[in-house]
Design a protein. Structure first.
Length: 121
């Protein structure tokens, strides 16, 4: 994946609900709200190391689940495949418009495009 923050936020999107409330809170403050460990510690009356331990533990839990399930890897792969399908559908539509003007082909392309859009939601 692109970088550590992106990877962690993807893990959180997929597996965040498996964390404790405290892990979710600290993780969100650190990665999404961009607070420093010191700021989180001060706001919660614990040490900076305590905050770091909670976040590292949360990262480890989510990474372990991803290693076992591979959901994010499959999701990203599927997104690439869906983009290729959309691209091919667009090419078919263009060819149909330029050469055939067949409404049945346009209808099929629309159904493909709608199905891909539904899968991407």
């Amino acid at each position: 994946m692109k970088n550590q923050t992106y990877r962690m936020t993807m893990l959180y999107d997929f597996y965040g609900e498996l964390l404790t409330d405290r892990q979710k809170e600290f993780f969100d403050l650190y990665y999404n709200e961009d607070l420093s460990l010191s700021e989180i510690a001060e706001n919660n009356g614990i040490s900076r190391q305590g905050v770091r331990d909670v976040i590292v533990r949360a990262e480890g839990i989510m990474q372990e689940i991803e290693d076992k399930t591979g959901l994010i890897k499959r999701f990203l792969s599927m997104q690439g495949s869906l983009n290729q399908i959309l691209e091919a559908a667009g090419e078919i539509k263009t060819i149909n418009y330029r050469q055939y003007e067949n409404p049945a082909i346009d209808s099929c392309v629309a159904r493909i495009t709608d199905a891909v859009a539904a899968l991407k939601e």
